[in-house]
Structures are given as C-alpha cells and as structure tokens.
Write a protein that binds this ligand. Structure first.
Ligand SMILES: O=C(NCCCCc1cc2ccncc2s1)c1cc(-c2ccc(F)cc2)cc(O)c1O
Ligand SMILES: [Mg+2]
Length: 214
C-alpha cells in the first residue's frame, strides 16, 4: 500500500541527512517540506525563534506536547546542555514510530524520552513516573483545543515553577484563542507574541512565549 507522508519524510532524512548531525536532519526535513510535501513541522522561520528562546532559557527539564515527526524535538534537544532531558508526548503511534527514527538519526536519543499517549493522561503522572519536580521549558504543539486545559492541568499538578517558560506554536493558524486570552490576561503569566509565518507558507502565524510567575 502507499506510504504515508511521515514515512516519506523519514526516507528523505535517511537519504539526505548525515547520521549524528542534527542540523543536517533539520535541513533535510525543511527541504522535503518546501520542495516535496508540506508537513506540519514548526519549520525553519518559527524554528529559529524556538532556538533563540531555548538558548535563552537553557533548560534542564523540557516537556514537548506534540512530537509529530520529531523536527522540533531535534531542534530543541540539539541545544540542550549535557544531562538535560526532553520528554515529548505523541498521541499518534504512527507519528511516534517515525519520530523515534528521526531522533535516532540525529543522534539525540540519549537526551529524549518519547512517550506515546494523551497529554491529559500523562501530565498527572509526570512526577511519579518520570521523577520530574517541575519543568523549565514547555513547548505546546499538540491539539489546539488542549493548550488551555493542559496548561491549567500542569499548574494544578505543580509542574510549573516561578520562571517556567511556555512556548506555544500556531497561536494564529490554526489558532488557539482561548489559550491566548488566558495567558495574556492572567496575573500568573508574563506573555509576549513573536509574529512569524505558518511553516513553509506566507500565511501569518506566530509563537506566544509565556513566563509563569507562580
Ligand atoms: O494540528 C496541528 N498539530 C497537532 C497535531 C496533533 C497531534 C497530537 C499530539 C498529542 C500529544 C499528546 N496528547 C495529544 C496529542 S494530539 C498543527 C496543524 C497545522 C496546520 C495549519 C494549517 C493547515 F491548513 C493545516 C494544519 C500546523 C501546525 O503547526 C500544527 O501543529
Ligand atoms: Mg505546530
């Protein structure tokens, strides 16, 4: 039967990227998405903003909601200091299988723990299952109607500390209006918007960076 888009994306990585070289994996995926088939990776333009926020925070403990093919996982993990850990949640088993291979091709498997399942099931188990106290950085890129409930769930589970940075993709396209209203109006967050474009297109999109104030 016909291959899936994530399978074709992985083939492009294995053909054009150098094993153990995260930048070549990032470039191979961006080339595939720009010249062969669009895919919902954060992309190179928003990806550069992600890089700058991760470098500024220099996190030890990272949570990513929504792995897809592992593009943003590789972007984040390649910038982490030795000993830092990234937990990434993916709901779709087919996406997770591809992402595991992409992360291994980049040589970043020692920094990344990919967990298959729903954010609402796993967020309450972070402490007892992964020995996590709090996260330093959270990247939200999963179901857009889960950004707000999962942020409240992370607050309630004590997974955020004074200074934890949340970075949310797609706040304009597809859009997360309820989440934006919450982080921009809540006294518990200092929020700012990074205007950009939907991956590999000219449509407007952007990232919202929100610092939890405790
Ligand atoms: O849906 C998007 N991303 C979420 C996929 C949902 C995967 C999930 C992971 C997970 C983990 C744990 N619990 C539950 C879940 S659910 C998404 C969509 C577009 C887009 C934009 C314009 C279009 F015309 C068409 C698509 C662009 C993007 O950058 C996206 O991120
Ligand atoms: Mg996205």
């Amino acid at each position: 039967t016909r291959s899936t888009r994530p399978q074709r994306l992985l083939k492009a990585v294995q053909k054009h990227a150098t094993r153990g070289d995260p930048q070549s994996v990032i470039s191979a995926i961006d080339h595939f998405c720009r010249h062969s088939e669009w895919a919902m990776n954060i992309g190179d333009e928003k990806g550069s903003i992600l890089d700058s926020v991760v470098s500024e925070v220099n996190p030890e403990k990272v949570l990513e909601l929504g792995t897809y093919c592992g593009y943003s996982t590789v972007r984040i993990a390649r910038l982490l200091p030795p000993g830092a850990r990234l937990i990434t949640l993916e709901f779709n088993a087919d996406y997770a299988a591809i992402a595991r291979q992409v992360i291994i091709w980049a040589g970043l498997e020692d920094k990344v723990q990919l967990v298959e399942g729903a954010s609402e099931d796993w967020i309450p188990r972070m402490k007892e299952h992964f020995g996590i106290e709090t996260f330093d950085f959270v990247f939200l890129d999963h179901w857009k109607d889960r950004y707000l409930p999962d942020t409240k769930l992370m607050e309630d589970c004590g997974l955020l500390r004074k200074g934890t940075v949340l970075l949310a993709d797609n706040v304009i396209c597809p859009g997360v209006p309820d989440y934006l209203a919450y982080v921009r109006n809540s006294l518990s967050y200092k929020s700012c918007y990074f205007k950009s474009h939907l991956e590999y297109t000219k449509a407007e999109d952007g990232l919202e960076k929100s610092v939890f104030l405790g």
